[in-house]
Ligand binder design. Structure first.
Ligand SMILES: Cc1cc2nc3c(=O)[nH]c(=O)nc-3n(C[C@H](O)[C@H](O)[C@H](O)COP(=O)(O)OP(=O)(O)OC[C@H]3O[C@@H](n4cnc5c(N)ncnc54)[C@H](O)[C@@H]3O)c2cc1C
Length: 342
């Protein structure tokens, strides 16, 4: 028989979001297995409530107490599942810590995910925004996932095509939003691995370490070192990493901006559009290191908003809106938030 639900009421979410916002959930369940989700769905007092799935809380901004049910993913397990001619397939349960999982693959001698080292949060959330960093993104190594479909009560299997991955985007932000709870994710790791040093800063770090043919573990260490230098540790100062996505504009718009702002930082995309560095736009508007009350812009990284102590979600949002308005006015470019606003 399945153990009783770990159900709590008026549960503090302060340690369940990396902004450190002091909000509460009216109801909270620690999800240890698929059976827990079946039990939630079968209980009319719980199934009628609005739901919020939480992993590590490193990509959410809690604007108020949550009056519904928080499902906190805590199912664990890592396994080498199988292989084909070119790949080894590994699976991880949703509640596993992402960085811990990446380190485990490297310990098994299975390279591929090293550029994504030290991204905070859980494995279960990694497909939601198709996490990416240092020239790599999850979609490149994704194999399939299992999710609990709250509408049918069934476990569904989704392929890479089904997930519709794009830049910080997937089907879970659209058609399957509020419906699918990701239970398990599997990855196809290449048997013939090549280091990915496309990202100039990573290539420079590898060169500075005197590495000519770096191993995946050495790349992971280099990525970890760069991230520790550049990004604030949420354990020290509350934040959710990059608060804004890099906006994508047409070649014509970029041309127009470049004429007025010769220092504009932009990257050509495969479809001929350009991605602009949101951090640069924000910095040019004079926001780097500034604060509005207890909400601030990080001193080293203008893309990162921080909780300087005691900020609530609305304080952070007020700052984000002020930045958005300035960037819109100066450059005519809209910048979208990356974290999910709850
Ligand atoms: C310091 C810092 C650096 C960061 N750097 C990067 C980076 O380089 N690249 C990058 O892409 N991101 C980065 N992020 C953002 C964050 O790490 C990722 O988005 C991560 O995948 C979020 O995982 P989480 O478990 O904390 O998700 P949460 O914040 O708990 O949830 C995020 C969203 O996913 C949903 N969700 C969570 N788990 C599940 C599930 N099992 N099933 C269905 N829905 C679910 C939630 O409902 C919510 O909508 C950074 C964050 C921080 C704090």
């Amino acid at each position: 028989m399945a153990p009783p639900l770990d159900l709590r009421h008026d549960h503090s979410l302060r340690h369940l979001n990396t902004f450190g916002i002091d909000a509460k959930a009216a109801s909270y369940v620690r999800v240890r297995s698929t059976e827990d989700l079946h039990a939630v769905r079968a209980d009319p007092r719980l199934s009628a409530l609005p739901r919020l799935v939480l992993g590590g809380g490193s990509n959410v901004l809690l604007l108020a107490d949550f009056s519904g049910l928080v499902l906190h993913m805590a199912n664990l397990g890592l396994a080498v599942w199988g292989e084909d001619a070119d790949h080894v397939i590994v699976t991880a349960q949703a509640g596993e810590n992402w960085h811990g999982f990446v380190q485990w693959t490297l310990e098994q001698g299975l390279p591929g995910l090293e550029n994504l080292s030290l991204i905070p949060g859980s494995v279960g959330a990694s497909p939601i925004q198709n996490i990416g960093a240092y020239g790599s993104e999850l979609a490149e190594y994704f194999h399939a996932l299992k999710a609990f479909d709250f509408s049918s009560g069934e476990v569904i299997v989704l392929s890479k095509h089904d997930c519709a991955f794009a830049y910080r985007d997937s089907v879970f932000k659209h058609a399957l939003r509020d419906r699918a709870v990701i239970l398990e994710v599997s990855f196809a790791l290449p048997k013939r691995w090549q280091p990915n040093l496309r990202y100039a800063e990573l290539a420079a770090e590898i060169a500075a370490r005197g590495l000519v043919e770096p191993t995946a573990k050495e790349i992971s260490e280099a990525v970890t070192a760069i991230r520790k230098r550049k990004l604030p540790d949420p354990a020290v100062i509350g934040n959710a990493g990059s608060f804004f996505k890099n906006p994508v504009v047409s070649a014509a718009k970029r041309h127009e901006l470049l004429a007025q702002h010769p220092g504009l930082v932009s990257y050509l995309q495969t479809d001929g559009s350009y991605k602009l560095a949101a951090g640069w736009l924000i910095e040019q508007c004079g926001w780097k290191g500034k604060s509005l009350g207890a909400a601030g812009v990080h001193e080293k990284q203008a893309l990162v908003l921080v909780n300087r102590g005691g900020a609530n979600g609305k304080d952070i949002l007020r700052l984000a809106d002020a930045i958005r308005a300035d960037v819109g006015e100066k450059y005519g470019v809209a910048i979208e938030s990356e974290p999910v606003l709850v």
